[in-house]
Each structure stands twice: as structure tokens, then as C-alpha cells.
Ligand binder design. Sequence first.
Ligand code: NAD
Ligand code: MLT
Length: 525
Amino acid sequence: MYKVLVAERISDKGVDMLRAQPDFQVDVQLDWTREQLLREIPAYDAIVVRSVTKINEEFYEHATNLKVVGRAGNGVDNIQMEGATKRGIIVVNTPESNIISACEHTIGLLLASCRNTVRAHKMIESRTWNRDGLKGMELYGKTLGIIGLGRIGGLLSTRMQAFGMKIIAYDPYIADSRFKKYNARKCETLEDLLRNADVISIHTPKTDETMNMITYKEWQQCKKGVRVVNCARGGLYNEQDLARAIREGIVASAGIDVLVDEPNPISPLIDLPQCVLTPHLGADTYEAQDNVGLAIAEEVIAALHGEMVANAVNLPALQASELEKVKVQLTLGEDLGKLYYQLAHEAIEKVEVIYSGAMADMETDMITRAVLKGVFEPVLKERVNYVNALLTAGSRGVEVVESKENDTRELLRVNLYTKAGKFTVAGTAASDGTIRIKDIDGYQFDLEPAPFMLAVNNADKPGMIGRLGTVLGAENINIGNMQVSRNAKEGIAMMIMTVDSVVEGHTLETIRSFEGITNAANIRM
Ligand code: NAD
Ligand code: MLT
């Protein structure tokens, strides 16, 4: 039974979807204090949060059973990623589910702040009908400067062109084609954008580089009377400096959805009449919350069940369709990796993963992680998964090298280097989902892996197969398939048998005691 804690509000549809899983116990606890959360979290396998819960080192130290952090939303700045990755905790989010709502709220804040809507409403509330001091600004024909032309920035660009705005954008991390796609003039520098925009909207993530990206110095470079919006993250515009720029008339109005100190803001912007503020409402629509709730439920279910997760933040970014394409190769990689420590015992110093054929053009990062997961899982007490496989190798001093061969043969080859030399395993995966092991330590096979296998190295002489069959028969162990490979090492052959159940230790001992048998080991897949 997996225990899932929903610690911040998500839609009922999302909670219902989680609860519909027969192996899930779901607790919705929206009012727990930090102390309660830290006390109770050891019992949980997954937690679902939004932007308020701080998932940091202190949290991870208590969350000893945690496997998944579900971020119901986009920004993951409240989640300390390194701590999750080193513990093999998968962090999933829902980056696409609320972007339309966030974009529409950006536009709402822009219009409200340009037209003094909130101040006007307050006046009417106080039964004052007075238009003095409420004159606004038209957007038509003005230039909108978008900082960060990602998902929301892109949506904003398209929508604001319908208002007759010209779009300029600053985003040094995207290709020129994206500027073209959104019909935005590319600003090579932030200063270019600041000097030319009548309205500025920021849509970057919160990073070390973007926090306090716009300070008083930057506001001084802007047109006097510029209008600004922040519906991304608190502090991208330094709040003190923005307040100063507003007081000095450099900035005419500001629409702000996000503040540095959420949910207990102490910002100087709150008391300025030129500001329209909302309490992080960008994603708070029925539609976005339904989308986010269902999307995060799907992700948490998949992650806990060990299935493919499309939006895993601490894994290579792969579309669900791309993941589907490498599914068989992931199994192949993991199966090959699992062979090593079941057949050999020397500590590994380097793992070389070589791809050829169509595999070389696939998302090999995930396949390499699968190989490492297979290698380390049988010998490590701590959990090894796709998330921490590379870190696990690194922390054990194992160098990982990936290369691609220009060879039409479809093959995944793994060379494991130890002080004693090189151990090679190789295999192939067909489009119909079948996997074949082709090489184990230089011995050639064409073997479909099975859950229970027995590997035996023996002197290449008559009578060995018969003796083995007799022992296994006496123990009532059925042999499904058997292959013998010769000539890899002088005078020593290798037999691999698929068997119906694990071969017990005493039977292995009997086999090993036969003259001419140099090794006998179970292989579990
Ligand atoms: P995204 O990742 O699609 O786009 C972000 C863009 O910012 C990228 O194109 C990136 O290249 C660019 N960028 C990064 N650093 C930059 C820098 N130094 N200068 C210029 N550009 C830079 O993100 P998104 O989905 O569009 O979300 C944008 C922001 O909105 C995020 O901060 C997200 O957390 C926030 N958000 C807020 C709400 C809300 O409720 N207010 C809802 C959803 C998203
Ligand atoms: C997000 O990053 O998705 C937004 O901040 C919205 C939210 O967390 O609700």
C-alpha cells in the first residue's frame, strides 16, 4: 500500500483519481504545521504540494520513505532538487497545465493596472463617482517587452498582438526560430528591451540569475511611465527598487501576482496605489486546477508504480511518446547491467556504454541510466533508480562513458572495467519488444532473458551437460531453455539455462563441486 499525502489544495478530481488506485491510501492534510508535517512525513511514499511547502534538506531528512514529490504546478523553486536526486526521489510537475490561466491573469493584471480598475472600484465602493486621477493608457500601438519567451511568454506574445501591440523579447536561452514563431523582435541585451518597451512582463523561472534581475539601475534605463507586470515569481523585480521606481514616476503602474514573502508578504508594493496585487492567483481557475490536479495525480501514480513519467524534473526531459519509444531499450539496458555483479565480483572502475544501429539515435541518456540501475541495484542497500543512477556511479568513483558507433548492427554493448580487466555484456532489442542477450564476457549467445537463469562455466569436455541436468532434475528444477557457448576462453565453455525457479544455495554448491566446473551462479532478471 502506498501512502500519499496531499499537503496543498489540488482539485477534487485529482484527489479522486489518486484515491481510485486500489494500492493507494491518500490523506489530504491542508492545515498541518511544519512540525506536524515533519513528524508525519516518514510514513508517506509521496507528497503533493504547490508553491508554499518548502521541500528542503530538513524535509528530506525526515522523509525517510519518500519516493515521489508531486509539484501540482510549474515552478519548482520551493523544491531542493539535489536533495531529491541524491536520495532517488523523483520530482514530477505539471508544466503545461496552468499556462493559459497564468497568461490570461498576466493580461488581466496589465489591463487592471493600466486602467486603474481597482482604485476606481474602491471609489465606487465608498460611493464616490469621480474620474479624476484615473486616466489610463491604451495598449494599442505600444511595445510589449517580454523577458523570458518560454511557454507563458510565447502565449502572451500571440495574444497581445491581437491588441495591436508590437512585441520585443529578451531570452538568451532560446533559438532565433522561437522569436520568429512568436513574431517578436529579438533583443540581444536586456538593456535593448528596457529602453524600447512601453510595457514589460517577465516570465522567467526563479533562478540565481533571474532573482533581482531588475533593480533600480535597470528601471532607470526604461522609458518614463513604463507599465510592468510580474506573474512569474516574487523578487524577479527587486521589490524595494520597484517601489522606489514607482514613487519616482519611472514606473507608472505595476500588476503583481507574486511576492517574495509568500504567504505572509511584507512588500512595500502593497501600499502603493499604482499597484494591483493578487495573492498568486495565476493558476487559480477551475480549468487550470482541474488540469493540474488530474495531471499531477497521473504523474504520481505512474511514478509510484515505476512506470514512465513524462514530466520528471530530475530526469532527462522526454516526451511520453519518446519514452514509449525507448521502453524496450531501457529493459535491455537494465538486464545487461544486472548481469555483471551476479557473475563477477571485482569492483567496477569504469562503465562504457556503446550504442550502435538505430539505438544510437535514441535518447541514450535514459538507457545509460537503466544500465547503471541494473549494475548497482543488486549490490546496494539504498534505492537505485533512473533519478540517482548517475550520482550513485559518481559517488562510488565509477566513471561513466557513453559512445555511439557508426555500425548498422543493432547492439547495446556495455564494457565494465575493473582492476582485473574488462567484462563485456551486449544485447539487442527488436521493435516487437523482444530482447536478446548476445554476449556475456566474450561468450556468444542468442538468449531471451528470463526471470530465473543459471550460468555455469565448465571445462569444454563431454558429459558436463548431462551431470548438470541430473542434479537439477533431482532437485525438481525444470530447465526451459539452454545454450552453450564455447571458445571465448581457452578450454572453458559457458552454459546459460533458463529455469522455472531459483536454484538453491546447496544445489549451487553441489554443481560447483563437480570436477571441471569453475563457476555456477543464479541470474535474476
Ligand atoms: P518556461 O520554462 O516555459 O519559460 C521560461 C523562459 O525563461 C525560458 O524560455 C528561459 O529560456 C527563459 N529564461 C531563463 N532565464 C532567463 C534570463 N536570465 N533572462 C531571460 N530569459 C530567461 O516557463 P513558463 O512555463 O513560461 O513559466 C514562466 C514563469 O511563470 C515561471 O517562473 C513559473 O514558475 C511561473 N508561473 C507562475 C504562475 C502563477 O500562478 N503566477 C503559474 C504558472 C507559472
Ligand atoms: C506554478 O508555478 O505553477 C504557479 O506558481 C502556480 C501554482 O503553484 O499554483
